[in-house]
Design a protein around this ligand. Structure first.
Ligand SMILES: [Zn+2]
Length: 105
């Protein structure tokens, strides 16, 4: 199991959980019950966390997380592999299929 997101904003976590589940990933929220019910408690015990069951899909889950946190409108980006200019709404290159955000290429 891997933690994908830790955020005091339960709505953000629930939103990402929906996205992951619609991608076929099993996931669950930790600390959901205690959040916000008991007043000030140590953050590391109360911050909701989103976890996935299947470690092998971690990269995929993190990609979905990145996509979910990007504003819909943005600047065009340049494919790290072939140099093509890609419109901001696409998360991978239409020409060669490289995912946006890959670094070190
Ligand atoms: Zn490309």
């Amino acid at each position: 199991m891997k933690m994908i997101l830790s955020s005091p904003d339960l709505a953000e976590i629930a939103h990402l959980k929906d996205l992951l589940e619609s991608a076929g990933m099993e996931c669950f929220i930790n600390n959901e019950v205690s959040a916000g019910l008991m007043g000030p408690i140590p953050l590391n015990e109360s911050t909701p966390e989103l976890w996935i069951q299947d470690d092998s899909r971690l990269d995929e889950a993190l990609q979905i997380k990145r996509d979910s946190q990007q504003p819909l409108e943005g600047k065009p980006w340049t494919c790290p592999k072939c140099g093509e200019q890609i419109e901001p709404q696409f998360t991978s290159c239409w020409k060669c299929g490289s995912a946006k955000g890959q670094r070190g290429i």
